[in-house]
Design a protein around this ligand. Structure first.
Ligand SMILES: [Zn+2]
Ligand SMILES: [Zn+2]
Length: 435
């Protein structure tokens, strides 16, 4: 509905711009404005930073009546979800924030959120239209990965229910991937067939690579929209029941998911223009590496900081900064592993991130292997590790890889953040899943 109508999409993007401008105008003091701008380039906002931003009208913890509704309906909050808020209080409400305190509550939360997520998954799937060029047929259920999950066993930290993301340090978060873990609605049966017939190899055309990677974007976008729709229902039914201490954190989380979806929509609309050859705005970087059966991935990569001049690409906790991402695909045949990175060459942050890495890597095979492994493990969600390879890890390695993969979803303290960055620094050493 939202995505298949270009006019609507454009309106949405314009409206976001307007809101940002209005925010800029609210801050009349020049120095404060400069400081706010500088904070928006921070990788990590500490409490003082956030307090300063909040006092200058950047509403991390509550919703403004006149802002565009978090559900991305293109309508002001006061005329949208605010109107659907249930007035009566219910003490039996169940949210992530309430449930993380004790284990029994968390199990109840998982049951409830699984149902809520699947309900919205099906509802959105029903109305989803094929995203292939201008096709308008109904989308069918697709799978992001091409192989048969019952024949090949893989481990993943990815969970179908997006609410199921409570990670505790020291825990092994990997589970066997079910066949339906990576399902989504993206293409009609005809275009899904075309997608599935593509075998990525050395001489694959740009169009083929573009389409295969497009499916990773559609997967993430679809699942994130389901998550937002589910949150919207939860918000309307329980927000007035939340106790005061939880409310601000609840809104913060709502903004995080909303920002993720609107950032993906921007990425989607640019990518679509590239696919239709209306704009020459993306670049494909390919690598051919030795064959590996150890792991696979098709996903979006969310870079953190540029390796050379340490500029922020994505902020870890500023929910008002557009999320920047690129596409990563790892494909294999009997001879080789093919790796593709696809990114917006007109985006300054993303291009400087990759350009700085290409320089550090110097096209050396070992360096590429480390970089690809670290991107898959640390900056992505959909990593699949073959069970043969995974079972060779000891318990410490399993918990360590879980931490590297899940840690960025938490809100770590400054000290933890520093440790993590030390671990990740370089990115061309440390973990190599090709070996
Ligand atoms: Zn709304
Ligand atoms: Zn189609």
């Amino acid at each position: 509905m939202l995505l298949n109508d270009d006019k609507n999409l454009k309106m949405l993007i314009d409206k976001q711009k307007l809101y940002k401008e209005a925010l800029d105008n609210k801050i009349s003091n020049v120095e404060a404005k400069q400081f706010v701008d500088a904070l928006f380039e921070n990788y990590f906002l500490d409490n003082d930073n956030i307090n300063f931003l909040v006092s200058n009208g950047v509403n991390f913890f509550n919703l403004d009546n006149n802002e565009q509704c978090f559900c991305l309906s293109n309508i002001d909050f006061k005329d949208c979800c605010f109107k659907s808020l249930k007035k009566t209080k219910n003490s039996q409400y169940n949210t992530f924030l309430k449930a993380i305190i004790n284990k029994e509550d968390y199990n109840n939360f998982l049951n409830y959120s699984n149902d809520l997520f699947l309900k919205h998954y099906r509802a959105l799937g029903k109305e989803e239209v094929c995203h292939y060029n201008d096709c308008e047929k109904n989308a069918i259920e697709n799978n992001l990965y091409k192989f048969d999950f019952t024949a090949d066993k893989f481990f993943t930290t990815y969970r179908k229910n997006s609410f199921d993301n409570k990670f505790t340090f020291g825990e092994n978060f990997f589970r066997v991937a079910n066949p339906e873990t990576f399902n989504y609605y993206g293409f009609c049966s005809e275009h899904y067939k075309i997608l599935k017939s593509i075998v990525v190899k050395e001489d694959s055309s740009e169009d083929e690579l573009t389409l295969v990677n497009f499916s990773s974007l559609l997967f993430k976008l679809f699942i994130s929209r389901v998550h937002l729709n589910a949150l919207k229902e939860e918000f309307c039914s329980i927000y007035n029941s939340l106790d005061g201490a939880i409310k601000p954190l609840y809104i913060y989380n709502l903004r995080k998911v909303s920002n993720k979806v609107s950032s993906l929509i921007n990425f989607y609309s640019k990518y679509k223009k590239w696919m239709k050859k209306e704009e020459n705005n993306f670049v494909i970087k390919r690598f051919i590496l030795p064959k590996t059966n150890n792991f696979l991935i098709q996903d979006l990569v969310y870079p953190q900081v540029t390796p050379d001049d340490f500029k922020m690409v994505n902020s870890i906790n500023n929910v008002f900064v557009e999320e920047k991402s690129a596409l990563l695909g790892i494909f294999k045949n009997d001879k080789s592993t093919y790796v593709t990175f696809i990114y917006d060459k007109k985006d300054e942050k993303i291009t400087s991130y990759f350009n700085q890495y290409w320089e550090i890597i110097e096209n050396k095979e070992k360096n590429i292997e480390f970089f690809v492994t670290n991107c898959s493990l640390i900056l992505c969600d959909n990593l699949l590790i073959s069970s043969d390879y995974f079972n060779k890890f000891n318990e410490e390695e399993k918990t360590f890889y879980s931490a590297l993969n899940k840690f960025r979803f938490e809100n770590p303290s400054m000290g933890q953040e520093y440790l993590k960055m030390k671990f990740f620094a370089g990115f061309i050493k440390g973990n190599n899943f090709f070996k």
